[in-house]
Design a protein around this ligand. Structure first.
Ligand SMILES: [Zn+2]
Length: 752
């Protein structure tokens, strides 16, 4: 491990940058929204009554759910043009016309021109300040955040009208729900049939023109747009899917550019991306003017999970021989023959057995055996792919399911329309999706430990036996039960029994925090070191703002060692596409910063919100779009729903609370302290706690855990120390070790 030590020494000099506040806020957004997801669970029942009420109310004008309601809304809107919307409408009408005409001729410079935007905003402000209209606007924004059933809304309006007779309020709640003009502009492109489903294009410019605060902080007046797409299944009982195209700039939340709804997936991804690509090309050429300021426009990166990426780029699916989008590695097919009886023991219902039998297999000798075959990627350090290959693909495309592995490079299937984007490098800017790659790898690793694995057709026994699995699970449950997890994490640790259902954030919590302490006593050193290599490489790539060439080489070496060790222990079949692409993460980090910045967590959360917007089965796409517009642009800044007690303080976006184990551990210079009390003396806050007297690394092989913010601490001092919040240099996730009450594994918190 000499190279590691050498690299670590040089790295220590280079990389002590801490996370910037800006990035922290993006993380917080993510967690806030997750915490909101949890806290909203209880409201679901309330929400579900919404469509029912609307249905029952609107039954006489045949509007079941969204379509009916929105047509209803449109009617109300046209009728209510005389009331308090007047000013607003007028302010926006010129904007609408311009946007509409622009959508045809792509004259980007006129889009969202500053005068129009500001007049629109000013009118909105005027209405908010007008005491006769203010209540109506407050109700509209409240409804956007907490959709109110029509009947309940009508009753509320009656009460308010009796109580405040001088307020100008409508009689029907649907009038409150009317989209303001600035949002109706989004729907200028009418929904249509496209790629075998329903499709609505909202646009890039229309979204950006309403995000002037975020855009005004763009560096060098350049808007860098990241975009993403993925299939989102609406319900488990159907194959109906949403395929959204999201955009994202800087640390902002994702915004919806287009939405497709249909069975399965769009039947032509070039057509699916056509409107987006046309508008993006126009913006690349002409830039965009927002509030009298001209901005350049570039594509920052494209992220998607591996199947969505393959569809979008028109390349081989992840199970193909030449499926890596970053390098020219050729996969190998490894066929494993397993005795059916052994597999059968693992599944009493026999479902798995049937799935594993290869189609058309008639050999009687193999009747009692099952065959598994997958593509695996053993080789690393292969030649990088070239963007020019995408442009020369027209004469070089192959059939979809051609499995001829003798071809030199059977990667491109068809020309992709995304290659028309001038500022998108189809190799370097199509990032590895860290969320699916690292979590997918963790799941493969845990499954190998818990279920056993096969090397050279020989089944290897489970590394963690059922008894130890139960012990590990109870440790995880105890962490949740005794609040040994930071309040910033919305999800509590769960038992390994629920491993197939662990959400992405739960998997990340195990990979980066809890796993490294909990697994140690339960698995042999070789397996533990393998896990450590995965854990520290992902922690390393989540820790810094910039990555030098040396740091990239180091991270690649760590991941390479992890892959080599995994092959040694679990056989070559371990390294599927999802494990292989981990090796390309460091180069993406060198280009875009810490992996959290370009992972799919935010987009995944946006997908969850999109599904929640659908309340009935009638035109789900239209419902999702309209509710998205309301929530995104009428709700204002969402407040965190965390309840912060008097004993809690916030230091650089990390929360500390005396008495809650998960939020009591911090570092002050080189000491680790357990906070016992937080006291306020006027404006001054003083924190009191006890120091740990023994600090050591949790592990020293294959590297020193201290270099990755992982420590073992014990022996609390008997005397109290006091310090100020400004003295705190980091927050730590505590995991008790053994029976002792003052011995912990402390892991530096990287996420909010
Ligand atoms: Zn590769």
């Amino acid at each position: 491990m000499k190279w590691m030590k050498l690299l670590l020494v040089s790295m220590k000099n280079n990389c002590h940058e801490m996370r910037s506040d800006e990035e922290r806020s993006s993380d917080t957004d993510n967690i806030d929204s997750y915490s909101e997801n949890n806290s909203c669970d209880g409201n679901d029942e309330e929400c579900s009554s919404d469509p029912d009420n609307i249905d029952s109310n609107s039954g006489n004008n045949s509007c079941d759910g969204s379509e009916g309601c929105s047509s209803d809304t449109d009617n109300i809107d046209s009728n209510s043009g005389n009331n308090s919307c007047d000013g607003n409408d007028e302010g926006c009408s010129s904007d609408t016309d311009n946007i509409d005409s622009n959508s045809g001729n792509n004259s980007c410079e006129e889009m969202g021109s500053p005068e129009e935007c500001s007049s629109d905003d000013n009118t909105e402000m005027d209405n908010m300040n007008d005491p006769k209209k203010r209540l109506r606007y407050l109700l509209r924004n409240w409804d956007a955040e907490n959709p109110c059933p029509r009947k309940a809304g009508n009753d509320l309006l009656k009460i308010l009208q009796d109580y405040k007779k001088d307020e100008k309020l409508p009689k029907d709640w649907q009038t409150i729900k009317v989209l303001p003009k600035k949002l109706k502009n989004f729907l200028n492109h009418e929904s249509k049939e496209k790629c075998g489903g329903w499709y609505q294009y909202l646009g890039i410019k229309k979204n950006l023109s309403l995000m002037h605060e975020l855009i005004s902080s763009c560096i060098e007046n350049t808007i860098l747009l990241a975009f993403n797409t993925d299939g989102v299944q609406l319900t488990e009982s159907s194959t109906n899917e949403f395929w959204p195209i999201y955009g994202k700039i800087q640390s902002g939340k994702p915004f919806l550019i287009a939405l497709w709804y249909g069975h399965s997936k769009p039947n032509d991804f070039n057509e699916f991306f056509q409107d987006f690509v046309e508008e993006a090309i126009c913006l690349e050429d002409n830039g965009i003017c927002i509030r009298k300021k001209q901005y350049k426009f570039e594509i920052h990166f494209f992220s998607a999970d591996t199947p969505a990426k393959a569809y979008s780029l028109m390349v081989k699916a992840p199970a193909g021989y030449w499926s890596c989008t970053k390098c020219r590695v050729k996969g190998q097919r490894i066929i494993r023959i397993i005795k059916k009886a052994k597999v059968g023991n693992r599944n009493k219902k026999g479902k798995l057995k049937n799935k594993l039998i290869k189609k058309g297999q008639k050999n009687k000798k193999l009747k009692d055996k099952v065959i598994r075959s997958n593509i695996h990627f053993i080789s690393l350090n292969e030649e990088s792919r070239s963007t020019s290959d995408y442009y020369n693909v027209a004469n070089d495309c192959h059939d979809d399911d051609d499995d001829d592995d003798d071809r030199s490079d059977d990667f491109h299937k068809q020309f992709t329309i995304l290659s028309n984007l001038r500022t998108l490098d189809l190799v370097k800017d199509v990032v590895v999706d860290e969320m699916h790659a690292s979590n997918g790898t963790l799941k493969r690793f845990l499954n190998a430990l818990l279920d056993g694995f096969v090397v050279l057709n020989k089944r290897i026994r489970k590394v963690i036996n059922p008894k130890n699995k139960n012990s590990l699970s109870s440790l995880l449950v105890n962490l949740a039960f005794e609040n040994y997890y930071p309040m910033e994490f919305a999800r509590k640790p769960r038992s390994l029994k629920y491993l197939p259902f662990w959400k992405a954030t739960e998997q990340r919590q195990f990979l980066l925090y809890t796993g490294v302490v909990l697994l140690k006593p339960y698995i042999p050193a070789m397996h533990y070191e393998c896990f450590v290599m995965l854990c520290v490489s992902m922690r390393f790539l989540n820790s810094y703002d910039k990555y030098s060439d040396e740091m990239v080489t180091y991270a690649e070496a760590l991941i390479e060692q992890f892959i080599q060790r995994a092959i040694e222990l679990y056989g070559p079949t371990f390294v599927t596409h999802i494990v292989h692409i981990l090796y390309h993460l460091p180069k993406d980090a060198a280009r875009f910063g810490r992996i959290q910045k370009f992972s799919c967590y935010d987009f995944e959360d946006a997908n969850f919100q999109l599904i929640r917007n659908v309340k009935s089965g009638n035109l789900p796409g239209k419902q999702a779009v309209e509710r998205y517009l309301r929530k995104r642009f009428l709700c204002g800044v969402r407040q965190s729903k965390k309840i912060i007690s008097k004993k809690t303080i916030c230091v650089r976006d990390f929360y500390f609370q005396a008495g809650r184990p998960g939020d009591q551990f911090c570092a002050v210079s080189n000491n680790f302290i357990k906070i016992e009390s937080i006291k306020k003396y006027g404006d001054e806050i003083k924190i009191f706690g006890r120091k740990f007297q023994q600090i050591s690394p949790l592990f020293e092989t294959p590297c020193n855990s201290k270099d990755f913010g992982i420590y073992k601490v014990e022996k609390l001092s008997s005397s109290l120390v006091s310090f100020s919040p400004e003295d705190i240099t980091g927050k730590f996730y505590p995991i008790p070790i053994g029976e002792k009450t003052d011995k912990y594994g402390l892991i530096k918190q990287l996420h909010h």
